[in-house]
Design a protein around this ligand. Structure first.
Ligand code: SAM
Length: 205
């Protein structure tokens, strides 16, 4: 039994429903939801391995697979995983787990890569983890990355989990910040920015 995430909190039921409805509608209407995928694709060699950590309705996983990468989506929310499978069909791996439990051994037992060229935690995933679990999740990410592999995160800067705390936790987990932007379109990041897109690498690489 894992701790309740901020996403699972009973008072977030409305937000969960709105999120699912919004992404289902955008998918059905063909609205572009691939901005983060284009950013991440730019960082990757062709045919890379990617872990979409907190994949939600699966938009990043599906788009990166379409672009020729092997992207695996993992999420704890069974409803969003069901929607991901419905929207994107077979041919994608959408797995259920809490990110505190994701290890190379678990992935390899399912016939999937043990290590990844990039891990993406986009759409506020870091800010929705169970309070206090962030550092363990970041340690798991560090252990799952190949040499020179990167972690890309995007989350709002006004949340309970602050950017300062994230930077401290990421450093303790062995990451260094390589780039930080105020949007997915490379807006400059400054102290007033309400969003941080961050590219990290494991220290010493
Ligand atoms: C706002 S949604 C973003 C989904 C997706 N990344 C996107 O941008 O479309 C946040 C997601 O984080 C997932 N999440 C939060 N904490 C998690 C945890 N500990 N383990 C796995 N997934 C988690 C939630 O289930 C939810 O799908």
């Amino acid at each position: 039994m894992t701790d309740e995430t901020r996403w699972e909190r009973p008072d977030h039921a409305g937000i969960r429903k709105q999120f699912e409805d919004r992404f289902r509608q955008m998918h059905d209407e063909g609205t572009d939801t691939a901005g983060e995928a284009r950013f991440i694709d730019m960082l990757l060699d062709r045919g890379s391995t990617v872990l979409d950590a907190g994949c939600g309705t699966g938009r990043l996983t599906a788009e990166l697979n379409l672009r020729g990468h092997l992207c695996i989506g993992v999420d704890k929310d069974p409803k969003l995983l069901k929607t991901a499978k419905e929207l994107h069909g077979p041919g994608h791996d959408f797995l259920r787990s809490d990110l505190v439990d994701v290890t190379g051994e678990w992935l390899a037992a399912g016939g999937l890569p043990r290590t990844y060229d990039l891990i993406a935690a986009i759409g506020n995933v870091m800010a929705y983890l169970a309070p206090g679990s962030e550092i363990q999740v970041l340690r798991n990410f560090a252990a799952l990355l190949t040499d020179g592999g990167r972690l890309v995160t995007g989350f709002a800067a006004d949340r309970d989990y602050t950017l300062e705390q994230f930077d401290d936790d990421a450093s303790a987990a062995g990451f260094r910040v390589e780039h930080r932007f105020g949007s997915w379109q490379l807006a400059a990041f400054d102290d007033d920015a309400d969003w941080a897109t961050t590219v990290l690498r494991r220290s010493g690489q």
